[in-house]
Design a protein around this ligand. Sequence first.
Ligand SMILES: [Zn+2]
Length: 192
Amino acid sequence: MFDSHVAVLLDQAVSLVNTLTDGQARGRPYSAPRGAELADAIDAAVPRTAASLPRAIDAEQAAYLTGAAQRMRDVFQAMQDGREDAAAETVNALLRDTAARPRLDRVGAEPWQMHFHGPDDSFAAGSSASCATALALAVGGGLAGRLGVCRAERCDRVYVDTSRNAARQFCSTACQNRTKAAAFRARKEGGG
Ligand SMILES: [Zn+2]
């Protein structure tokens, strides 16, 4: 469905949104890490690959990524709400502000690979540009319906639906089970 490189970048977008934006996660309030913990959380959210940009996650880069993650969340939320124009507008703004642009790179004797940022971009700008491009390919490729926000009570974490029947509704099996259990209790209490 998604090209494997794009799928990796969409996972990265999900990971950045769910790590860096406040809200609710699996039934509990969620606050993004602050201060010294923030750089470690970002480092963990973006997997390392052979072609990774060098990482120097200072306060400025952390703030940049936090801002970008909030806008990526807006894209998931807009798609969930059926506001496709708003999603496209936000993706275009992200593409512009991160200076996303395609480019072929290779590491050593590895095959050439498509990247969506320049070789000298900062880690924050380069990662954001890659995520923005992946979101653009999803929204512009007829796969925007695959971007979702968890439907469980007290959860607003995002996900990419890669299921065959496009029926995913939850960020995690934890939320799926929680919702099923609540529905079961409601039926029982309803005198069924
Ligand atoms: Zn959830």
